[in-house]
Design a protein around this ligand. Structure first.
Ligand code: FES
Length: 115
């Protein structure tokens, strides 16, 4: 286990509940829904844009570029990019990572899955 401190809980709140940040060689999308924290690979599997527009009620993030939608908890692609409606969504999911709050900061462990 290698927990990495990413951002303060206060900064996440100010950012509106979601945030993308570089952690080592990954760009990680972090989101808070109620008391739950989620972390997933923030690079869209379609054309590598950075996710996105977070919907806390549905716990989904939408890619800004072509509107693909991902489940933040599982990393599954839920809706394909509008420019590739026949995309193989079952093969386009993203990695999730373990995430926790520790002393007012959000930490992720890139070696552990969030599922
Ligand atoms: S890059 Fe994300 S939907 Fe196209």
């Amino acid at each position: 286990m290698a927990w990495k401190r990413v951002v303060s809980m206060k900064a996440l709140e100010v950012a509106g509940g979601s945030f993308a940040a570089r952690v080592d060689n990954e760009v990680v999308f972090i989101a808070k829904s109620g008391n739950n924290l989620y972390a997933m690979d923030a690079v869209c599997s379609h054309a590598k844009c950075i996710l996105g527009k977070y919907d806390a009620e549905k716990n989904q993030v939408q890619c800004f570029c072509h509107k693909a939608v991902f489940d933040v908890k599982t990393g599954r692609m839920l809706e394909p990019p509008f420019v590739a409606p026949n995309a193989m969504m079952d093969k386009m999911g993203k990695k999730t990572f373990a995430v926790r709050e520790n002393e007012g900061f959000i930490e992720v462990d890139l070696e552990q899955s969030g599922n």
